[in-house]
Design a protein around this ligand. Structure first.
Ligand code: ZN
Ligand code: FE
Length: 254
């Protein structure tokens, strides 16, 4: 089982340190900045062997070059993003497996937020690192891809087990939940989850990771194919991709 340490940085980003206790390898997922990562490594006596990037945005790769210069680590990223991920060494794509110490991740291409966006699924550790594709009760904005592409990407993540832990890259949960409640005011699971989320944030604690099962029940974007959600937005006869597209538009204006 991998050890996972969450580092909050900037205004709402999460960086994840993952450590394989058997091989002693350590990776960092989406290092927005380098200093807090170096400090967390030093505190634990961990040696950085890999950087895993989900996509090329600055708040996900900002620490790449400094960390590589300081530790000699290997940078892993999407084949499709090899021209725009700083310092990239190893390129991966759909269905590839990435060996990390004694652990293994399956790569899932999830275009939509950006065209080269990928997610890392460590099945044995129930850990999904999905960057800015799936958020707690939300999803990323469509900067490069279409709604159709993003819906297809979310369906791939939705197919993972319910106990998958969703390690997304931003603490957007409370704002996402407020939108979700406007969409589905009668969703009891959503109402209950928001009470917990609001209380956690009041205490300054993270609401991430969540579980895939929680997202199935409360994330409006993942629920674009559910009759209850379609009814709630008055789109019973439309395709899930159409419903998703409309939800994304509404959220952009929310
Ligand atoms: Zn992004
Ligand atoms: Fe981001």
């Amino acid at each position: 089982m991998l050890q996972i340490h969450q580092i909050p940085v900037l205004s709402d980003n999460y960086i994840y340190l993952i450590h394989d206790p058997v091989s002693q390898d350590s990776a960092v997922v989406d290092p927005a900045v380098s200093e807090p990562v170096l400090a967390a490594l030093a505190e634990r006596g961990w040696r950085l062997t890999h950087i895993l990037n989900t996509h090329h945005h600055g708040d996900h790769v900002g620490g790449n070059l400094e960390l590589k210069a300081r530790t000699g680590c290997t940078i892993v990223g999407a084949k499709k993003d090899r021209h725009r991920i700083p310092g990239i060494d190893v390129t991966v794509g759909e269905g590839d497996t990435f060996r990390f110490g004694t652990a293994e991740a399956r790569l899932v291409e999830v275009p939509g937020h950006t065209l080269g966006h990928i997610a890392y699924w460590f099945a044995e550790s129930d850990a999904l690192f999905c960057g800015d594709t799936l958020f707690a009760m939300g999803c990323g904005r469509l900067f490069e891809g279409t709604a159709e592409q993003m819906w297809h990407s979310l369906m791939k993540l939705k197919a993972l087990p319910g106990n998958a832990r969703v390690f997304c890259a931003h603490e957007y949960t409370e704002a996402n939940g407020r939108f979700a409640l406007v969409v589905e005011p009668d969703n009891q699971a959503l109402i209950a989850r928001m009470e917990v989320v609001v209380e956690r944030r009041r205490q300054g604690r993270p609401t991430v990771p969540s579980s895939m099962a929680e997202e199935w029940a409360t994330n409006p974007f993942l629920r674009s194919d559910q009759p209850a959600l379609k009814r709630a937005v008055g789109m019973e006869n439309r395709t899930p991709a159409d419903v998703f597209s409309e939800l994304r538009r509404r959220k952009d204006r929310f």
